[in-house]
Design a protein around this ligand. Structure first.
Ligand SMILES: [Zn+2]
Ligand SMILES: [Zn+2]
Length: 317
């Protein structure tokens, strides 16, 4: 029943948009999972297309495959923004960077790979350059690939504020609370043409997400859930859930920020041999205890066109 409720919103938005001109501000969820290896959900990553720019937020497992499904060459990514350094958010970076440098049309980057992130981005990229030094040397000599295409331009920041501004696109980073030992961790607000998209990053319930997410056209939030019986039985599960936002808490964020459309991504569903993971319907039902506005459970390759309406589209190959 609860599933039907979100689906109703989905159909309505889809129908409402049918006659509108395409907006040039669009978000596509490339990966909506947590570290759990799954075939249906890849690692965390969100693509934001604004005007002629293509911005990637995190690069988890499988990003090149998702971009290929969208027919977007890896080399077309203008900037990669990193939220934090948990490997589920970064393990796709070497793949996007190295594969994106190859000469076929699906790749073909001839200018430096541009990365923006909180402190740690420079070390990550320079260590990747060391780790893949032999591949880079081989391809320079053997395939004569352009040296500029494998170079990196890395910018770090350490406070809330504007971290990128170009051709009418502004990206604002803000700190989030992902856990005592998990610092730095940030979310991003992307502004373009008077509209805004906010990505929570990995976070607990955090006032800063409400502050930067206030009135957003699209608020994309992580969520973490485990059955109460599993929570009671497992300290590691309690620790993981304490690093994330429960459905009830995300509902509180959405209720206060009041976005035009709220979306779940980075869906952490915990289980063990005894207790199965919560269903998505249960996650939505718990969210509905504290939030009654528009809500969509994100899926890989689901897209959102930000215009007069926020149009949700499921992926159709
Ligand atoms: Zn994560
Ligand atoms: Zn994390």
């Amino acid at each position: 029943m609860r599933g039907a409720l979100i689906f109703g919103v989905f159909v309505f938005m889809f129908g409402a948009a049918a006659s509108r001109a395409d907006s040039d501000f669009k978000v596509t969820l490339l990966g909506t999972a947590s570290p759990t290896p799954r075939t249906d959900r890849f690692g965390p990553s969100t693509l934001v297309e604004a005007g002629d720019q293509k911005l990637l937020f995190d690069a988890g497992r499988g990003v090149p495959i998702r971009l290929r499904q969208l027919n977007i060459p890896l080399g077309r990514i203008d900037v990669l923004f990193i939220t934090h350094y948990h490997s589920d958010h970064t393990s796709g970076i070497p793949d996007v960077w190295l594969t994106g440098w190859l000469s076929p049309p699906y790749a073909h980057r001839t200018t430096p790979f541009h990365v923006v992130g909180p402190a740690g981005a420079k070390a990550l990229m320079s260590n990747l350059e060391k780790a893949y030094a032999l591949d880079i040397k081989i391809r320079l000599e053997d395939e004569k690939l352009p040296p500029a295409g494998i170079a990196t331009t890395v910018e770090e920041f350490d406070t809330d504020g504007v971290v990128y501004e170009k051709n009418g696109v502004k990206v604002i980073a803000f700190a989030v609370e992902h856990g005592q030992a998990i610092k730095p961790a940030v979310g991003y607000r992307i502004e373009y043409g008077g509209r805004s998209v906010v990505i929570s990053g990995d976070t607990r319930y955090d006032q800063n997400v409400i502050k930067y997410g206030a009135g957003a056209d699209l608020l994309i939030h992580e969520v973490g859930s485990a059955r109460p019986e599993l929570m009671a039985a497992s300290v590691p599960v309690q620790r993981i859930i304490a690093h994330h936002t429960t459905p009830r808490e995300v509902g509180m964020v959405f209720s206060q920020a009041r976005p035009r459309m709220a979306v779940f991504t980075h869906i952490v569903l915990l289980s063990n041999e005894k207790f199965p993971e919560p269903t998505l319907d249960e996650v939505v039902a718990e969210t509905r205890q504290t939030y009654s506005g528009p809500l969509v459970v994100g899926e890989d390759l689901m897209s959102f066109e930000i215009g007069d309406a926020v149009t949700v589209r499921r992926y159709k190959p």
